[in-house]
Design a protein around this ligand. Structure first.
Ligand SMILES: [Ca+2]
Ligand SMILES: [Ca+2]
Length: 83
């Protein structure tokens, strides 16, 4: 599965469940530090869309979403990716 597909699926899950980007973000940010890191994204994608991504796919997805290059996904970055 390509990253863009994972992002599209997240969007679909969000729309179908009536969740906001913020809800999705908070579900992924399990340690509550306001950023989603690799392991959190891996678990979040697995939980939300039922897909197990490889570490490479997770890195690529972070690179695609991460605009300030801190290797973490912030809420504004996820909002941009899912809008
Ligand atoms: Ca976190
Ligand atoms: Ca970032």
């Amino acid at each position: 599965m390509a990253n863009s597909e994972a992002i599209e699926k997240l969007k679909a899950v969000m729309e179908e469940s009536g969740k906001s980007v913020e809800d999705i973000f908070n579900e992924m940010d399990t340690d509550g530090d306001g950023l989603v890191n690799g392991p959190e994204l891996f678990k979040g994608v697995k939980k939300l869309i039922g897909q197990t991504l490889s570490p490479d796919q997770i890195s690529m997805m972070i690179m695609a979403i991460d605009t300030n290059e801190d290797n973490r996904i912030g809420l504004p970055e996820l909002q941009k990716a899912l809008s």
